[in-house]
Ligand binder design. Structure first.
Ligand code: ADP
Length: 581
């Protein structure tokens, strides 16, 4: 049944005698049993994408089919794990084979020996369908693992147990039309197929990150998609950490397709040190890391992305809100380009395969807010944030363009802003969010009715500032009217007092939606009152010396439980401006 290698070209291996296999089946290559996937089949000739270093492997050696697609193991033990792209636990591999992972190592994604306490939530005799939650396991101090009937099964419970079980132990038996089925704590799912749900729902609920430039100006919805470029030093890592720590989601998945080994080492060292601010526990108690190690070929990045999103979908299916961050999808696209080149496919733009756009779109389409399978009508959310790292920061890059065609939010991180110490270095003129309309009702109801209008006004002011600055550069500030100068003063306040946010300041690191509203309101209140003063003939010079401007600048440091103090500033504005004679 085994095939035979006819050619090896880096991560691409061509084998004959493979007619029994299907596309995307996993194969083991040579006696080293390297892990690969079939990515092209022509008659009995298969092209294999190998996820481990192929040096020393040559023609004539065997290829062993497994007749199974690349799949992940889903069950208790996922949280806190650090996996490579094919779900091998990196920490355990390192213990057994050191930093240089021996080739052909197979290790199950889930610990086979560990016991979990399973608490049933359903009884014998009850009817269940795919997605129904039959019981729970306390996976970590922060996450309850909901044990679900696999999507394709339905029937009647004939036996359900309580107690301590390993992931392969049978906890429940079902009478189905196809006979008796045994349910364990673990299920498997092929990574290239999205997990099913009942219905996709509109993305109407914002995912708050506590970062003002994001939540107020360029919000992302739960179940939405975003893209962020990250020129070196622009603060991409800080943003990723802030989102991981502060976003109001239950579970964080971080997929690192790093270029150099040490980039990934940073992720592996930094993430486990992060603290979950809400619980005080290590953030890993609700995090899963997937990282390609430097000694894996770049083809393995492809697997990481799919492995990550499949695990994320599984937790979404439990009814959780999950945020997946993929860093960087450009590296994944480079893997596609390399394989495509080796396959001698007709290249598209800049050597990327013609299907680049389709692959990228299919990946982001797995995000969403959904009605989950199962009869309890629960909702699950999977938000996907992908970073891109185009060569030379060129936004015309095919990967960036393919991504921008599908994602709905763009946080335009810029090194120029970072150099000017404007953090987060998100450019307010070139970033966008297409969720503003879909979340508007939610924001009006839960935060403040007038908030969306205030945001619009603030954006208008910033846009106008940019135009006025052009004029100032040409003919100098003297040419501006008093009202234009006032607008510049207000725009400065929006930028410095609102958009600037110090991730390392105890209070400033996180701002609730309500506080964001109050902060913006105070700035715009100042603008209104100051405009009235201008009409009375007061000059901008005098207005900009008011003491209350210092209070506005310090509003960001007011604690969340003292938001009344921000309202008080509005009174102060009125008094001081009225006092100008
Ligand atoms: P990148 O990952 O893009 O190379 P980092 O995220 O490491 O960049 O950020 C570089 C530096 O910029 C940080 O060490 C920090 O000093 C500063 N920085 C970035 N974002 C912020 C922020 N929100 N608040 C304060 N400082 C920041």
């Amino acid at each position: 049944m085994e095939g035979k290698i006819v050619k090896v070209s880096g991560p691409l291996v061509i084998a004959k005698g493979m007619s029994g296999s299907k596309m995307y089946d996993v194969v083991r290559v040579s006696e080293k049993r390297l892990i690969g996937e079939i990515i092209e089949l022509k008659g009995d000739l298969a092209s294999l994408q190998v996820y481990e270093e192929t040096a020393g492997v040559g023609p004539g050696e065997p290829v062993y089919p497994t007749f199974e697609p690349l799949s992940v193991e889903l069950g208790p033990g996922l949280i806190e794990s650090i996996y490579d792209g094919i779900q091998r636990p990196l920490d355990i591999i390192r213990e057994t084979s050191g930093d240089n992972i021996a080739r052909g190592i197979t290790l199950p994604g889930l610990d086979r020996k560990k016991e979990w306490h399973f608490k049933p939530l359903m009884k014998k005799g009850e009817k269940v369908t795919g997605g129904d939650i039959i019981g729970e396991v306390q996976e970590t101090i922060l996450i309850t693992h909901r044990v679900m009937i696999p999507p394709e099964l339905s029937g009647e419970i004939v036996e359900i147990k309580e107690g301590d079980f390993k992931v392969e132990d049978i906890v429940c038996k079902l009478k189905t039309q196809g006979g008796l089925k045994e349910i364990t704590l673990m299920q498997r799912w092929p990574v290239r197929r999205s997990r099913p749900y009942k219905e996709k729902l509109p993305p109407e609920i914002p995912m708050y990150t506590g970062q003002r430039v994001i939540d107020t100006f360029f919000p992302i919805a739960k179940g939405g998609t975003a893209c962020v470029p990250g020129p070196f030093g622009s603060g991409k890592t800080v943003i990723q950490h802030q989102i991981s720590k502060w976003a109001d989601t239950d579970i964080i998945l971080f997929v690192g397709c790093g270029e150099r080994g040490n980039e990934m080492a940073d992720v592996l060292i930094e993430f486990p040190q992060l603290k979950d601010p809400k619980s005080g526990e290590p953030l890993m108690k609700r995090t899963i890391l997937i990282a390609n190690t430097s000694n894996m070929p770049i083809a393995a990045r492809e697997a990481s992305v799919y492995t990550g999103i499949t695990i994320a979908e599984y937790f979404r299916d439990m009814g959780y809100s999950v945020a997946l961050q993929a860093d960087s999808t450009s590296r994944w696209a480079e893997a596609m380009r390399e394989m495509s080149g080796r396959l001698e496919e007709m290249p598209g733009e800049e050597g990327y395969p013609a299907y680049l756009g389709t692959r990228v779109a299919e990946f982001y389409e797995r995000a969403g807010r959904v009605r989950c399978l199962g009869s309890d009508n629960r909702r699950g959310m999977l938000t996907v944030i992908g970073s891109v790292s185009p060569m030379g920061g060129d936004i015309a890059d095919p990967v960036v363009q393919a991504t921008l065609r599908v994602v709905k939010v763009f946080w335009s991180l810029e090194d120029k802003l970072a150099e000017a110490r404007h953090f987060p270095a998100v450019n307010w003129l070139t970033s966008y969010s297409l969720y503003k309309d879909s979340i508007r009702e939610w924001v009006k109801e839960k935060v403040a009715k007038e908030f969306p209008d205030l945001v619009k006004e603030a954006m208008r002011i910033l846009g106008e500032e940019a135009e006025l600055q052009d004029i100032v550069r040409l003919v100098g500030i003297e040419s501006l009217s008093q009202s234009d100068r006032l607008l510049l003063e207000v725009a400065r306040s929006i930028r410095e007092d609102f958009l600037h946010q110090n991730a390392f300041h105890e209070i400033d690191t996180y701002t609730s939606a309500l506080k964001q509203y109050r902060m913006l309101k105070v700035i715009l209140c100042f603008y209104d009152k100051a405009k009235e003063a201008l009409k009375r003939g007061i000059t901008v010079d005098r207005i900009s010396k008011l003491k209350v401007l210092e209070d506005i600048a310090k509003a960001k440091y007011i604690e969340e439980d003292k938001l009344k103090d921000i309202e008080k500033i509005e009174k102060e504005i009125e008094i001081e401006i009225q006092g100008l004679k």
